[in-house]
Design a protein around this ligand. Structure first.
Ligand SMILES: Nc1ncnc2c1ncn2[C@@H]1O[C@H](COP(=O)(O)OP(=O)(O)O)[C@@H](O)[C@H]1O
Ligand SMILES: [Mg+2]
Length: 379
């Protein structure tokens, strides 16, 4: 049976809600060839948003969209492979096209295009044999522009989890190279997005870095409570079940409007409901979800020092002034000089997010609940 809520997958069609303004803004930027950077914590909806706008952009037949996720690309070499394959795939309509264009555009670099398995997807079956020289990498970077010129079209290249390039050896040289090529591409527009705010801001907002002022920066927000209430009510109704606005609101509140978790909790509630949702069902679903996650959270806690844990507890309690002596004493955080390191470690582990105005928040609302209610009760 199809359930009316999705999480951990792209939200599209009837599963996609809201984001009207963001869609419009992104659509205008990309169709106007303005490079755009999108930043938000994981699971807030970047990939879904870009996908949604991409579908609108391709209704213009002279535009091609390339979407490539570089999450698994740990080196420059892997980046170039994934990149070349994605660019070719975006410009080919069928397999034969793909192979023809691979030969045409990468022919000099590729003694052979290895077809491992015709049935599988392009990425899996496309074995690239690069001669490992600078020249071929330059050509790959220029590939979108070369194809666009040739075919008289425009292209939007979307790169997901872009912050990963920060971890490549010689990342600065790599970034310089990307920037110097991309700024000459008159027919290609770049949409770069990812979830590590601090890393992305280092890349795009630091005037000594190559990507400084590369394009618009968009900070994607969570989806608002009123939108969740409408969405949850509609998805229950679509499947012949009922939920009040009050209880829909409670679902969103419990998850602090976090897109992934709000969908997940809604799903748990939906599965437990025969015809109409009650408060007990919502409570039960929430408890069970926290229960399911607690092993994960315990493991996470085990990987932290006790001072790091107390720092997170302080953040969960809403502490803002970490230089206060009372706070340092109460949470046993040592001297105020430690705070910088504690923050840094928590940011690097993706546990907290520092919002504009230095406000600190735990990224994961379920973890926050678990830490303050379940864990705290036992320690
Ligand atoms: N516009 C949306 N409408 C409804 N749910 C959404 C929306 N955007 C994201 N979600 C929920 O959040 C989850 C994560 O979305 P995703 O686009 O993968 O986020 P990100 O790329 O930021 O990690 C989705 O699986 C879905 O449950
Ligand atoms: Mg994503």
């Amino acid at each position: 049976m199809n359930t009316p809520f999705v999480y951990g997958r792209i939200a599209e069609k009837e599963n996609f809600t809201d984001r009207e303004q963001e869609q419009e803004q992104l659509f205008q930027s990309l169709s106007g060839s303005v490079n755009t950077v999108i930043i938000s914590p994981r699971r807030w909806g970047k990939t879904s948003l870009v996908n949604k706008v991409a579908q609108r952009l391709v209704t213009d037949k002279s535009v091609r969209i390339c979407q490539v996720d570089i999450f698994n690309c740990r080196t420059e070499e892997q980046f170039y492979r994934a990149y070349a394959a994605a660019i070719l795939k975006a410009n080919a309509t069928v397999w034969e096209d793909f192979i023809t264009s691979a030969r045409k555009y990468l022919g000099r670099l590729l003694p052979s295009v290895t077809l491992v398995d015709m049935i599988q997807t392009y990425e899996l079956s496309f074995g690239l044999e690069f001669k490992n020289n600078e020249m071929s990498y330059d050509e790959i970077l220029d590939l979108p522009q070369t194809i666009c010129k040739d075919a008289g079209r425009r292209m939007v290249v979307c790169i997901d989890e872009f912050q990963n390039i920060n971890e490549y050896d010689e990342t600065l040289a790599f970034q310089r190279k990307l920037r110097s090529h991309w700024q000459l591409h008159t027919d290609v527009c770049y949409c770069l997005y990812g979830s590590k705010r601090h890393m992305l801001l280092d890349i795009f907002n630091n005037y000594s870095m190559p990507f400084y002022k590369f394009g618009n920066i968009m900070f994607l927000q969570k989806i608002e409570r009123t939108e969740w209430v409408k969405f949850i009510r509609r998805r229950f109704a679509d499947t012949g079940k009922k939920i009040s606005d009050e209880l829909s609101g409670i679902i969103a509140d419990r998850m602090k409007n976090h897109p992934y978790y709000t969908q997940q909790l809604s799903q748990q509630v939906w599965l437990r409901t025969a015809s109409e949702v009650t408060e007990e069902i919502v409570d039960d679903a929430f408890r069970s979800l926290i229960g399911q996650l607690s092993l994960l959270f315990s493991n996470l806690i085990d990987s932290l020092t006790s001072r790091q844990i107390r720092f997170l507890q302080a953040v969960a309690d809403g502490v803002t002034n970490f230089s206060s002596r009372d706070v340092l004493m109460h949470y046993q955080l040592g001297t105020s000089a430690n705070i910088k390191n504690l923050k840094k470690a928590a940011i690097e582990k993706d546990l907290i997010d520092i919002l504009p105005g230095q406000h600190i928040e735990l990224q994961d609302p379920a973890f926050e609940y678990w830490l303050t209610r379940v864990y705290a009760g036992k320690h």
